[in-house]
Every structure is written in C-alpha cells, then in structure tokens.
Design a protein around this ligand. Structure first.
Ligand SMILES: [Zn+2]
Length: 563
C-alpha cells in the first residue's frame, strides 16, 4: 500500500466522548485485570487511529499549503485537540487510580503509567485560561519573528531569506548581513523583552497554582522527565565547561587556520573559504545512493528504506506551495513513518537522508510495541537514533561527497562538538530565569553575558549593540516556546558520539545495540534506554571527558591545511 492509498477520516469527537464514557464505566467496574487490560487495548487502538488521521491531515497541509481542503482538515484536528485531551485525561486518571495498578504495570510496563502521571501533574482545570494565554504569547513570538522585513542591499528579506548571506564566502557580506539582522532585533528588543517577561511570570504563576515552588519542576514534568532532575543536568553542563569548552577553543584556532584569517569574529562562522561541501547528483541520484547505502549497512535498514521508496513515504524536494523545513512523522495504524524535507542542494540534503531517516528507522523498528505511547521516546532519547544514524552512515559518505568526503566529515564532527557549549548556555540561562522570575529584562541580559563568558569565551561581536547587550538568546525560539527542551540535543549528541566511537573502533556489538535501542521505542525512560544500548549516561562524571578527548584526537589526525 502506498501513502496515497491510506484510508483517512475526521475523528468524530462526540462519538469519542460517548465511547470513552462506556469504556471508563467498564474499566472502573471491572473485577479482573484482564478486563481492564482489554479496555486499555481498545483505547490504544483508537489512539492509533486518531494519531494516524491527524498526522495525515497535518502532512497533506504541509505538502501543499495552498490546498484549501487540506487546510480545513488540519484546522479540524487543531480545533478538537483540547477536547480530545480532556476526554483522555479522564481515562488516564482512572488508569493511575486502578485497583489493579500493580498488575497492569507488570503487564504493560511502568513507563506507560509514569508518563501519564507526569502528564496529569502538569494540568488542572484551574490553569486552563493561563494555558490559553501561554499559547497566545507563544504565537506572538512566532508572529514577531515572521514579521521581519529587513532591507539589505536594496532588497527586502525575512530572517530565513537573509540566512544564506551569513554564510557567504565574502567576509564583508557576512558582516553586513549580520548587521542588518541584528539591527532588526535591536529595533524590536523591547517587544522581545516584554514578551519574555510575560511568559516567565505567567509560567511561574501556573507552577504556583499547581502547587510547585517554581516553574523548573513543572518544566521537567512537561518534558516527561521521570529519571533525572536539575542537579544531574547541572553536573552535565559542568562537564561541558570542563572538557568541551577548551577543545572548542582549539577547534576555533583550527578554523582560523583553515580560513586563513588573523582573527575570528562571530560572523566568521563558515567552515571553508570555498564554501561547504556539496552532495553530487540530482535528488533522484541521492535517493538511489541512499538505497545502496542502507542495503549495505544491514538487512533491517535495507528492508526499511526500500519500503520508504516503494510506498511513497518521502517528500524530499523543495517546490512552490510546500511548507519550509524538515521532519519525520508516522502513522501508527499503518505501521509506517514518513519523511518530509526541502532539498536545496547543500550538504543538509544528505543529513536529511541520515538524520530524519534515523528517526524514521526507529519508528519503523518500534512498530510492534504494544502501546501507541511506546512508539516514540521522550525528546532527549528520540534524537539519539537520528544523530547516531548520521555517524553510522559515515562509511558511505564518499558516495555523496566524493573528493569532498573528508571536508564533510571534519565539518560534521567538529560542528557537532562545538554545538554543546551553546546548548548548555541556553539551558543554564533558563534555569536561572525560572529560579529568578522577578528579575528585570536588564538583569536577564547581564546573566546571559556572564554565562556566555563561561560557555563561549572569546566570542568577538565586533561592537554590534544587539549581541553586545546580552540579548542574543532572543533569537532562540526554544527559549520562548519550549522551556528546558534545548539541553535534549546535547544529551542525545553525547550518546550519538559514543556510537560514533564504537563504529569507528569496529565494535561488533554496536549495530545490535543501536537496533535494540530503536526497537525499544519509548518503552523506557531515557537513562534505561541509554543503559540498554550499552552507552554511558551523559550524567555520569567522566563520560563526556572520554568522548570529547577521542573526538578531538580524531579531528587532529586530519590535515586541516589539505582540506
Ligand atoms: Zn531530529
């Protein structure tokens, strides 16, 4: 069956409400664990249908934003979301209160219940209006960013349109385009400050209303974190300061050498004088190369990728009317994932075929998990599959990059390591912000500057007022929209680096461990998943030190002058 053959319908929310009432009655009156388990299965089946139709509606709209029918289907699902959550919450409360809770946990696994419990702790009808207000403020950030109309060299650009100039091989172009960008942020600095101030105070109030001391505790619950807290994360960030920040300073020196510059300013964020490596061939060529790559990698990846191609489960190439960006989604009812992207001729196209394919491979491999909620793990674990696949496919990168393969690998690995301090800085900042909800916008900027000194020493902003003022974080969407999410990328990267090391050292168990991790889906919390894949926890002192040192040793074997 191909994607276009999938059956689709709107979920009838009133029918769902009626069904749920009778399921709940049956569940609560049950005198055996078997009866309750049967109801869990029925609800799960319904959830798979719901998730599949919703994903189809959303995907079809992303594929053609000018299609009015697709738009109205997506809007329909958006409109029933809050009611559906409310109906599900009722059943979830019955589940955690079940008199057979212990037996049910034995049958379905504790993760199902711990995720539901966390979710229930983040909501109470008394905060409904505040949640709506939070959504409104989040949307205001999106609108503010989208409203940017920046004059540059006689043309008008939005922020994304200005992006390519920041990577231009001509330093003057990089500098002047950043100036244009930051002047726009500076002009709107007060709006960004006010918006964030409202969000922080609102989130603090939501947390107090739910009975927590600060938003931090609630923020961790919203992320579904059941097995670690702010102390473990603080220890992880400290490892980044101790072992990664000094290496990133050395990598900056190498980059300065590669670029042939006598000083690096923040706008010298390019990798090579002549521009980044580009994949060779048409989009069709790239897909054919990926077929060969996944066939050779393992029987499992071969089977998976042939299905993606044969069943039309990828929409890769940029075209008019298509939404920007890239993502992986899935249809639990049909046991298939889907990859959406916008190929644009850069090395990013290959990253789609490895990173998004890593997400899709995990989703495909975990399709037999007994519960829909086990199909995807929490976010920090979900990025392990994708970021690791980027490295596991390294032996085939010469198919795509030919004589530029070393340039690609150096950029890929050095870039991934260099990201960690920034990720930790964003996280540290947010912890401080939510522990100090009364701080003024100026105090927040002062704190950011202080943290930048710790995580990104030596950044030279060449006197530009916006970054010099300590406001650079206002460009980071996650800080406004998804509090505490950002550290997840760095936790997952630390795990993916370990797979890089193991494959690089021909560890014969590495593939099986990766496969086991993918098949486990979201059936366990982060720490247990990491452990079951034979990886060391990022929270353990020493893990990052070993990882960072081995990566740097490899990078040093590359003759950067020859790149
Ligand atoms: Zn990802």
């Amino acid at each position: 069956m191909k994607y276009t053959d999938y059956y689709y319908e709107r979920i009838d929310i009133e029918a769902f409400r009626v069904n749920m009432e009778s399921w709940r009655k049956e569940f609560n009156e049950a005198d055996s664990v078997e009866v309750q388990s049967n109801i869990i299965q029925k609800v799960d089946e319904f959830e798979r249908e719901y998730a599949s139709y919703q994903a189809i509606a959303s995907l079809n709209y992303n594929r053609n934003i000018n299609d009015e029918d697709a738009k109205s289907e997506k809007e329909y699902f958006d409109s029933i979301g809050p009611q559906a959550s409310e109906i599900s919450n009722g059943f979830n409360q019955d589940l955690v209160d079940s008199k057979f809770r212990k037996e049910l946990e034995e049958k379905w696994g504790p993760q199902y219940f711990s995720q539901i419990e966390l979710d229930l702790k983040t909501f109470d009808p008394s905060i409904m209006d505040m949640l709506l207000e939070e959504t409104k403020l989040r949307n205001e950030y999106t609108q503010l960013i989208a409203s940017a109309q920046i004059e540059y060299n006689g043309e008008t650009y939005n922020l994304a349109g200005l992006g390519p100039f920041h990577k231009d091989s001509d330093r003057e172009v990089r500098k002047s385009s950043y100036e244009a960008r930051f002047n726009w942020f500076q002009d709107n600095s007060e709006a960004f400050d006010t918006l964030y101030d409202k969000l922080v105070k609102l989130r603090h109030k939501i947390a107090l209303t739910l009975g927590y001391e600060s938003f931090t505790e609630l923020g961790y619950m919203r992320m579904g974190r059941s097995d670690y807290g702010p102390d473990e994360v603080a220890n992880f960030r400290q490892q980044i300061v101790d072992y990664v920040v000094p290496i990133v300073a050395k990598l900056r020196e190498q980059r300065q050498e590669i670029l042939g510059l006598d000083h690096l300013y923040f706008y010298d964020g390019i990798n090579y004088k002549e521009g980044d490596p580009k994949p060779k061939g048409t989009p069709e060529d790239l897909v054919n190369k990926a077929v060969k790559m996944y066939d050779e990698l393992s029987p499992e990846t071969g089977e998976f990728f042939h299905k993606m191609v044969d069943e039309d489960l990828m929409d890769l190439v940029n075209r008019d009317g298509k939404m920007a960006g890239g993502f992986c989604t899935g249809f639990p009812k049909y046991e298939r994932p889907y990859i959406f992207s916008n190929f644009n001729g850069t090395d990013h196209d290959v990253v789609v075929l490895t990173h998004e394919a890593g997400h899709a491979f995990q989703s495909y491999e975990s399709r037999k998990q007994p519960l829909a909620s086990y199909l995807w793990p929490t976010m920090e674990a979900a990025e392990i599959h994708s970021m690791s696949m980027e490295f596991i496919t390294w032996p085939w990168m010469d198919l795509f990059f030919e004589e530029e393969t070393d340039r690609f690998k150096y950029k890929h690995l050095a870039g991934a390591l260099s990201f960690l301090p920034y990720g930790a800085c964003v996280d540290h900042f947010q912890h401080w912000v939510y522990e100090n909800p009364e701080a003024t916008p100026q105090k927040r900027k002062d704190k950011w500057k202080e943290l930048e000194g710790m995580y990104r020493p030596g950044q030279d902003y060449d006197g530009l007022p916006f970054p010099e003022s300590g406001a650079l974080w206002q460009q980071q969407l996650h800080i406004y929209q998804m509090p505490f999410y950002y550290i997840d990328y760095t936790l997952a990267q630390t795990c993916a680096f370990q797979f890089w090391m193991r494959f690089n050292n021909d560890d014969e168990n590495a593939w099986n461990d990766y496969l086991t991790l993918c098949q486990a889906g979201g059936s366990k919390p982060f720490s247990e998943l990491v452990d079951s894949a034979g990886l060391k926890s990022p929270f353990k002192s020493g893990t990052l030190k070993d990882v960072a040192n081995e990566i740097f040793a490899w990078l040093e074997t590359i003759d950067v002058k020859a790149l």
